[in-house]
Write a protein that binds this ligand. Structure first.
Ligand code: HDL
Ligand code: ZN
Length: 416
């Protein structure tokens, strides 16, 4: 039995430190995908978050920047964001956390030295090291069958690694308009000039085949703030007639990542997206009208967070996950985690890393685990002070759920 606040803090820190994590949304790849898996200091420093930040300090043209090689971009970013300014933004701080955790001497003129360190590592060794160091047990990739490079790996006898699970990402299908039908037709799905019924059944066949080929744990899409359902649009018709029926039949969640305003500054390329407030009514409508479907939802704007947590209180088929992208900053992670624990207890996935560079697992989880432990301490202290009995096993059980078990249990649920 935990008897004091000191014992409580120690019990939480032990559970958070040792519990292995399922990272439910990343852009990482099993090394079998070759160069699609990004790792090492220059990938860390040229992560698109830092590219957005460096342009606030340089007058060079976007084209001149994009014409630089990776090391050239990295040198410029290092000089501007780490030497000429203190690197306390979350993206810069993350780079320092990784270097420090790797045992490297974090210093202003360290870039060349760090490059040597990474040259001494094979990708397989480094994958093992990063998973061990970050406490991540497995990551869920973002797998896009419309990406030619990725498609070739899946169709070329892909060799699985259980630490890299799959999610079927269908943005091109749902956000690509009629164009995408030509691509499906070319792959042997008879979708062009067909009666709707035939077209939908062929698209369901496409989705089913790829979920099964990938052993995808869920189907995912990122959606604009204007996303509405129901709606007289191809996207809504495909969700209604293809996505939801296949997800229901295979009993996998449909993960909606809502609130992305794509390329408001196209010159920034991957760094050019922004955010917009979305309609919680759409999430509520889908959860209410498709009670046998499971929905994972993360929303990109701070203003949607409270209503999303309340919606999850209303619908057991809704699982809220992560502090996504522009929300993955300590101040907002803390605010969201406190609110979610107060409204949802353990039935939430408080964080995902969204890592694009393997090394980021180290910092994204180090930073988030510290906040989650701090919030848990306050929440457990509140109930301990009422006289509630609390044991280390209770805390371990709850942390297991928050770090993956709630997600895995949600995958197993089958609403009749
Ligand atoms: O759509 C998504 O999955 C987003 O996470 C984008 O990939 C975004 O560019 C990103 O990396 N955010 O962290
Ligand atoms: Zn992402």
């Amino acid at each position: 039995m935990i008897k004091s606040h000191v014992e409580l803090r120690d019990a939480i820190d032990r559970a958070v430190a040792k519990t292995k994590i399922t990272d439910v949304h990343t852009h990482l790849y099993n090394p079998k995908f070759g160069d699609m898996l990004l790792w090492g200091v220059d990938e860390l420093v040229t992560y698109h978050y830092l590219i957005a930040e460096v342009f606030r300090h340089v007058d060079i043209s976007y084209d001149d920047f994009w014409a630089m090689d990776k090391e050239g971009q990295s040198d410029l970013i290092w000089q501007k964001l780490f030497i000429e300014n203190s690197p306390y933004s979350e993206s810069c701080r993350g780079v320092l956390t990784v270097l420090n955790k790797l045992g490297l001497d974090v210093k202003k003129d360290g870039l060349r030295e760090y490059r040597e360190y990474f040259k001494s590592k094979t990708v397989e060794e480094y994958v093992d090291l990063v998973f061990e160091m970050s406490g991540v047990k497995d990551v869920i990739m973002t797998n896009d069958p419309f990406d030619e490079e990725e498609r070739a790996v899946w169709l070329g006898g892909y060799e699985r690694d259980d630490r890299f699970k799959a999610a079927l990402r269908i943005d091109p299908l749902l956000n690509g308009g009629e164009e995408i039908l030509k691509q499906l037709q070319g792959w042997g799905y008879d979708v062009i000039d067909q009666l709707d019924k035939k077209m939908y059944s062929e698209i369901r066949r496409f989705l089913t085949e790829w979920v099964e080929r990938m052993d995808a744990l869920y189907m995912a899409v990122s959606l604009p703030p204007t996303f509405e359902f129901p709606e007289d649009s191809m996207r809504a018709r495909l969700i209604e007639n293809c996505v939801l029926p296949v997800c229901r039949e295979l009993n996998i969640p449909f993960a909606m990542m809502i609130g992305v305003k794509k390329l408001i500054n196209p010159d920034l390329q991957l760094a050019g997206d922004s955010v917009g407030k979305s309609s919680i009514d759409t999430v509520e409508y889908l959860c209410a009208n498709y009670p046998k479907n499971k929905f994972m939802v993360t929303m990109l704007v701070r203003e949607n967070q409270h209503e999303l947590s309340v919606a999850a209180r209303k619908f057991r088929n809704l699982l809220v996950f992560g502090c996504w992208w522009f929300l993955n900053n300590p101040s907002l992670v803390e605010e969201m985690t406190r609110m979610r624990f107060e409204l949802l207890g353990t039935s939430v996935v408080p964080q995902h890393s969204d890592a694009r560079v393997l090394d980021q697992l180290i910092y994204k989880w180090e930073h988030s685990k510290r906040i989650i432990a701090d919030v848990l301490y306050d929440k457990y202290k509140d109930i301990l002070d009422t006289g509630w009995d609390l044991t280390q096993e209770d805390i371990q059980r709850d942390v297991d759920k928050l770090f993956g078990k709630s997600f895995w249990e949600f995958l197993d649920r089958d609403f009749k």
